[in-house]
Ligand binder design. Structure first.
Ligand code: SF4
Length: 221
């Protein structure tokens, strides 16, 4: 296991290292983007809530029927819980997800005039919406800076030596120090693509990794 001293995000050398990593990953994954299908910011919120403990591919299988039936906050807020549950069952934890969807939709209608809010704090006040989900919506649907820290971003940030913690909130702040605001959304897409392809949870394939020379490989196996 490689060991490396963690440097501060305000260290210019760390900013340069991250810049170079992103440059290489951008070239490696030119198509990296959010892989959830959606037709509106609200539908992206729904898909992201459903993606907890579930693959994006599976979510994309259930959302067409769900959005046909309940594609707006107004329709979802009025839906029967049992009907939502039946439509999203295969995504797992479907009872709590159905409740989160219905209650979020109701809050959007009752408290925000049917418009999905654009502020992190207001989004995270919705049921079932954590910082990760809120940042997906801000970054992908609204083009606002949002740094998504999901399981891939967490793992890669640790292996690449940009953090030592497992706390998503702290990792988000640490990464924000080394990456300019306008690249926060892209960083998540690139790390997620790399985490699926090469630096996976099961194995880090360092010998074929395009950023190996820039990575301390902390805890990689
Ligand atoms: S695969 Fe290895 S070299 Fe590449 S990012 Fe992961 S730990 Fe670093």
């Amino acid at each position: 296991m490689a060991q490396a001293k963690l440097k501060s995000g305000s260290d210019p050398a760390e900013r340069r290292r991250m810049k170079e990593i992103l440059r290489v990953l951008r070239r490696t994954y030119p198509e990296a983007k959010c892989s959830l299908d959606f037709g509106s910011p609200f539908q992206l919120l729904v898909a992201t809530i459903l993606s907890a403990q579930c693959t994006d591919a599976r979510v994309n299988q259930v959302t067409p029927a769900l959005f046909r039936r309940f594609g707006t906050p107004e329709k979802l807020a009025r839906a029967e819980l049992a009907e939502i549950e039946a439509l999203i069952q295969s995504t797992g934890f479907f009872r709590s997800k159905a409740r989160a969807l219905k209650e979020s939709a109701r809050a959007i209608v009752d408290e925000h005039g049917g418009e999905l809010p654009r502020e992190l704090e207001i989004l995270t006040a919705l049921r079932g919406v954590g910082r990760k989900t809120a940042n997906v919506v801000l970054g992908v649907a609204y083009g606002l800076p949002g740094l998504v820290v999901d399981t891939h971003v967490k793992r890669l940030a640790r292996r690449m030596g940009f953090t030592r913690t497992a706390d998503a909130g702290k990792i988000e702040r640490e990464l924000m120090e080394v990456v300019p605001k306008e690249e926060w959304t892209e960083l998540a897409h690139l790390f997620i693509a790399h985490g699926r392809e090469i630096c996976t949870a099961r194995i880090a394939r360092c010998e074929e990794c395009p950023v190996a020379r820039l990575c301390p490989k902390i805890g990689a196996r």
